[in-house]
Design a protein around this ligand. Structure first.
Ligand code: HEC
Length: 162
């Protein structure tokens, strides 16, 4: 019985990749996750709607085709799920405020998903501003130098820019 038990444990750990601990393997640290996933994809979302002013006047941006609307929705899905990636043990800075900040990002991004699914460009814009606030809310606490240095330049078309 004991031998069986030991064998069962050995098989179980082999199935889990052999090592003790979780099977997943975080690759990017927080900085790289921001630079390679969060920032480009959030920009893609924010860039989809709004007003651009150039030499030729004001232009309203809005997705036109089903594919373009899907791309906006997909961008919001990536932001939302990235919020979960921020909560992983190697990335979370603490178990309280960090988790709430990541959760707020997830929830604001979920609202962005719904806005894109409803193909409501005003809602995509407004919910996008709330998602932006969720980014800044975390940076204020955990990376104030980015906020101060305005390294993280909000896109010109987001309405609320702290
Ligand atoms: C739960 C906290 C949290 C949330 C939410 C968050 N960030 Fe960050 N972000 C950080 C931290 C911490 C850093 C600093 C990482 C470092 O320098 O080690 C950072 C850094 C960055 C940087 C600078 C990366 C670099 O190369 O130096 C960018 C750009 C950025 N975030 C964009 C975003 C955007 C866009 C969002 C929202 C869609 C967002 N972040 C949401 C915590 C967060």
């Amino acid at each position: 019985m004991r031998v069986f038990f030991v064998v069962a444990i050995a098989l179980f750990s082999a199935a889990c990749g052999g090592a003790s601990g979780p099977p997943y393997k975080p690759v990017a640290d927080v900085k790289m996750l921001m630079a390679s996933i969060m920032d480009p994809i959030a920009d893609q979302y924010w860039g989809a709607v709004g007003t651009v002013i150039d030499d030729t006047g004001e232009h309203e941006l809005a997705p036109k085709t089903a594919e373009e609307w899907d791309a906006v929705r997909n961008a919001a899905v990536i932001v939302a799920e990235s919020g979960n990636l921020l909560m992983m043990p190697s990335r979370a800075k603490d178990g309280g405020e960090w988790m709430r900040a990541a959760r707020r990002l997830i929830e604001t991004a979920e609202a962005c998903i719904r806005a894109a699914e409803a193909r409501d460009k005003t809602a995509v814009f407004d919910r996008g501003a709330e998602m932006y606030d969720a980014c800044v809310n975390c940076h204020v606490k955990y990376s104030p130098e980015i906020v101060n240095a305005s390294k993280e330049q909000p896109p010109a078309r987001t309405p609320k820019q702290p």
